[in-house]
Structure formats: structure tokens, C-alpha cells
Design a protein around this ligand. Structure first.
Ligand SMILES: CC(=O)N[C@H]1[C@@H](OP(=O)(O)O)O[C@H](CO)[C@@H](O)[C@@H]1O
Length: 487
């Protein structure tokens, strides 16, 4: 079963999901690209046959397409076109309506595991809410009800879904929803949402005066698969808790539970990050558990996380989840604890396995996960934030003549082309205390991205702009658009 979802992060607005409800790996993607570029019907059919073979799709079974859309105005026409296609090939369609990307992923797995021992939950939105909120309630049990959590819904599909989640949670966890204007043209992600918070490192202006010092808040993105937390301290200073902070909080908690349950010799917990993870988070995590760095893009993190017994992955931008391997899930069902402490820790692990949407990063499932850990640790945002201090960093975009001349290796941390450029970057980095910088072509925009870290903010900025300048000069850019700072 292939599923289409209408995802604001992709230019064409459509993304495909495999039968487990997970993201297609790169081999599927390559086929999809060839398919969409096919010039003749024969080419298309030939490629389609290869695709069916590689993906081991059993054509003797009836085909079913599950689809949903977000709140953008283009949604209904995309769905109509898809439905025409579904009818034309005689497949069965199931319209999941207006919903989040992660709920669509959930539905695909729930449909494909229905009635089996691996049942993922009831194949309905109700099934999703019930599964998550029941697990949440068991995990927080008698713990104190948290202060109301303010959720910036990015004026997207997260708004109606958060409203339903709030009903399911009831008094056990009050949610206050902001930026819920799904029908206002141009409002989606406009000065709000997870990406705004991460890139501007600021409170969305619409929340000024709404968020009280000490109160926690979070932003989801337009299709609710990314999550950024933040709070204001008593001086009303903004503090951001991004995907790296979520990884640290969650991974440490799971490691503790595994140890307390007595399963630490059988369950190895590991973390997957990208080069954009803050160096301070990588240092903190590497001192405690295995950490792997992979190329940018959640599909890379997801597949690398499958190699651990429990794999925690988040991109710094707040997209991520935790994967329990099939053997670990089995072990959690069959293991016999020998003390009450082991038994409680085991129960928590079993409930986390239910709470976490393991098909894909899911802002709402991740949000409940964060709240569970904070409740168990009795942490406010301040304690969570103080686990490590982020290194100052800067991300800069450079428009170059041809970004395809930029080739990288070592999980995108080193340039192999243009020849000699990496050496120049290394020479610059050496001049900055705590310096780190890397350059890679974006996979989603026609730009080259430059990331830099240093022990003080002004130095991180300077390093980023100096590297950007070198990149620009080496790649024949137009002098009128050369990065202007620190030249
Ligand atoms: C630095 C950065 O945030 N890069 C983003 C961005 O990829 P680029 O390949 O850097 O354009 O979009 C991806 C898709 O949403 C996301 O996975 C990734 O983290």
C-alpha cells in the first residue's frame, strides 16, 4: 500500500509512505523521481515495473491507497486529481480527510497490522488519540497535573488535531491553543510555527503577552511532524529547547529506565543526529551512549536508528522519534522482572512503546513524551535546558552558480568538491576557539548551506560569514549577492 500525504515541506506537496507507515528509503525515492520525470508511456511503465519488483508489491492483492491532506487551499484539487488516478487504476481509496502527516503514517501501519499480533492500534483517528492518551495517563499516573501548555499550531492542520487531543486529555493535561487560524489566507507558518522558532530563535510575536514567565510552550510546524519547545525565564528572556534538547532529555530517561528494569545487557540505546546537531549536545550524549551522525533528512536518521535496540533520533529542527526494534518489543512483553523497581521501569518502557508514534516524527506524540519525562524528573524548562549549554551557532545560505558542484562525504561534514575548498574551510576554522563549520548543498532549496559554531556568538557569526565568503568566491557567484557581513 502506498500512501500520499500533502506535506508542506515538499515542493510538490506529496509524499509517499511504505506499507509499515514509514518513510520510503532512498531506493524508493529514486524510482519515484524517475517516474515523475518519465517522458514516454513506455518509460513510465518500465520504471513502474521495476518499482513494483524492488518494493516487493504483490499485485495479486487488491491495491489500496490511503491519503489525506493538510489545510492549504491546494489540498482539495490535489485530492481530486489523486482520486481520479485511483479510480482509473481500479484501486481502492481511503480518504483520511484533513489530518496531520504523522496520523496518516499511523493509519497506514494500523491498517496493515490490523488483526495481527503486531496490531499498531485501531485504524482510525480515534484509535490514534486513544492509544496516545491512554499511554500518557498510565505514564504520568498520580503525578501532579502540569501547568497549561501553550501550543503554537502554526495556523495549520495541527490546530484541529490539537483541539481533539485536548478533549481526549481532559483535565489530566490542559492545552491552550494559539495560532489556530486555518482559514486565513497566508497565515500558515507566518511568523509562527516550529521552523520560525528554530530559525529566528525568537518567540512568535503572536505569543507575546500570552506566554507567562516560567510557563512552557511549544510550536509545531504546518503538518505537525516537527516540535520546538520554549519558555520565558523570570526576566522574560526567551529560551529554545530544540530537537537536540529533546533527544538529550528523552534518551537519558530511556537509558535510566532500561538500567532500572535490569535489561541493560540486552537493550542497547543509541542516538542518531546530523551534523547540524549542536556540538554541545553531541558531546553530552557521546559521553553517555553511542551516537551516530548521518546525512541531513529524517529518512537517513530513521533508517540508522533501526540499527539500535532502542534508537532515538531528532533533527535539530525538531523532527524525530524513538524506535523500539521488533526484538526489543518482544523482550518487553516476555521479560520477567525480579523486583518492584524493575517491574515499574518495565511498565514505563511498555507504555512509552505505545505513546511514541514510531512510524515517523510526530509533534503531538513527541510533546506528550517530553511532558512524561519532565513529570517523572520534576523538571521545569529551566532544569531541562541546563542539561548542557548550546554552543553559539550560525546558519547561512549562499546562492551559488551551481550547487551541484558541491559534493560531500563523512555524513556531509566534509567537502570533496570543489577541490581544495575544504582545506580553506579547515584553515579558517582553526582560527576560532571551539570552531566547527561545514558546508553542504541543500536538498530542498537551490542554495548551499554554511553552518558554524564557536565558543562565543560573535565568533560563530564571523566564522559562518567568512566560510560563506570563501564558498561564494570559489563557486563563481554573482558579486552583487556575495554575503555582506565580515568581508
Ligand atoms: C538545515 C536544515 O534545517 N535542513 C532541513 C532542510 O533540508 P536541506 O537539505 O538543508 O534543505 O529541509 C529538510 C526537509 O524538511 C530537513 O529535514 C532538514 O533538516
Amino acid at each position: 500500500m502506498v500512501t500520499a500525504s500533502h506535506n508542506p515541506e515538499q515542493d510538490n506537496g506529496v509524499k509517499l509512505v511504505d506499507p509499515r507507515g514509514e518513510m520510503l528509503d532512498t531506493s524508493w525515492e529514486a524510482h519515484a523521481t524517475v517516474l515523475s520525470n518519465a517522458q514516454t508511456t513506455d518509460d513510465f511503465i518500465q520504471e513502474l515495473q521495476k518499482f513494483v519488483q524492488n518494493a516487493k508489491i504483490d499485485l495479486s492483492k487488491p491495491s489500496r491507497v490511503v491519503y489525506a491532506r493538510d489545510t492549504r487551499p491546494s489540498g482539495p484539487s490535489l485530492v481530486a486529481a489523486l482520486e481520479d488516478g485511483i479510480r482509473a487504476v481500479g484501486a481502492e481509496g481511503r480518504n483520511a480527510g484533513v489530518t496531520t502527516t504523522p496520523i496518516l503514517h499511523y493509519l497506514v501501519r494500523a491498517i496493515n497490522t490490523k488483526g495481527t499480533k503486531d496490531s499498531y492500534g485501531d485504524d482510525s483517528e480515534e484509535g490514534y488519540f486513544t492509544k496516545l492518551t491512554e499511554a500518557y495517563r498510565k505514564l504520568v499516573a498520580t503525578r501532579q497535573t502540569p501547568l497549561p501548555l501553550l501550543i503554537d499550531c502554526a495556523n495549520g492542520v495541527g490546530a484541529p488535531i490539537a483541539a481533539r487531543l485536548a478533549e481526549y486529555l481532559g483535565d489530566s493535561f490542559p492545552l491552550v491553543l494559539e495560532n489556530t487560524a486555518i482559514d486565513t489566507p497566508g497565515a500558515l507558518n507566518n511568523s509562527c510555527g516550529a521552523d520560525y522558532v528554530k530559525t529566528s530563535q525568537k518567540l512568535p510575536p503572536s505569543l507575546a503577552g500570552r506566554l507567562q514567565p516560567g510557563q512552557r510552550a511549544c510550536s509545531v510546524d504546518g503538518d505537525a511532524d516537527r516540535l520546538m519547545y520554549f519558555y520565558l525565564d523570570e526576566r522574560s528572556q526567551f529560551h529554545m529547547l530544540d530537537g537536540d534538547k529533546i533527544t538529550t532529555l528523552v534518551a537519558s530517561f530511556i537509558v535510566e529506565l532500561v538500567k532500572t528494569s535490569g535489561l541493560d545487557s540486552q537493550i542497547k540505546v543509541g542516538v542518531v543526529q546530523t551534523a547540524y546537531a549542536n556540538g554541545a549536545s553531541t558531546k553530552y550524549l557521546s559521553e553517555r551512549l553511542p551516537v551516530k551522525c548521518v546525512s541531513t533528512g529524517v529518512k537517513h536518521l530513521h533508517h540508522a536508528a533501526e540499527n539500535y535496540n532502542i534508537g532515538v533520533y531528532f533533527e535539530a529542527n525538531g523532527h524525530g522519534t524513538v524506535l523500539f526494534s521488533p526484538t526489543t518489543q518482544e523482550l518487553l512483553q516476555t521479560y520477567e522482572p525480579s523486583t518492584p523497581a524493575q517491574s515499574t521501569a518495565l511498565e514505563h518502557l511498555q507504555n512509552l512503546n505505545q505513546l511514541i508514534n514510531q512510524t515517523v516524527g510526530d509533534a503531538f506524540s513527541d510533546m506528550l513524551l517530553v511532558e512524561v519525562v519532565l513529570a517523572h524528573k520534576r523538571f521545569s524548562g529551566v532544569e531541562w535546558d541546563s542539561l548542557y549549554v548550546d554552543l553559539p551557532n550560525r546558519l547561512v545560505k549562499v546562492v551559488v552558480a551551481d550547487r551541484n558542484q558541491f559534493k560531500t562525504e563523512n555524513a556531509e561534514r566534509q567537502l570533496v568538491s570543489p577541490l581544495g575548498l575544504q582545506q580553506k574551510i579547515n584553515d579558517l576554522v582553526r582560527r576560532f576557539d571551539g570552531g566547527r563549520s561545514f558546508v553542504r548543498p541543500s536538498g530542498t532549496e537551490d542554495v548551499v548551506r554554511v553552518y558554524a559554531e564557536a565558543s562565543i556568538k560573535a565568533q560563530a557569526d564571523e566564522l559562518a560569514f567568512r566560510v560563506a565568503g570563501v564558498v561564494y568566491d570559489e563557486s563563481g557567484g554573482n558579486p552583487a549577492t556575495r554575503p555582506k557581513e565580515f568581508i
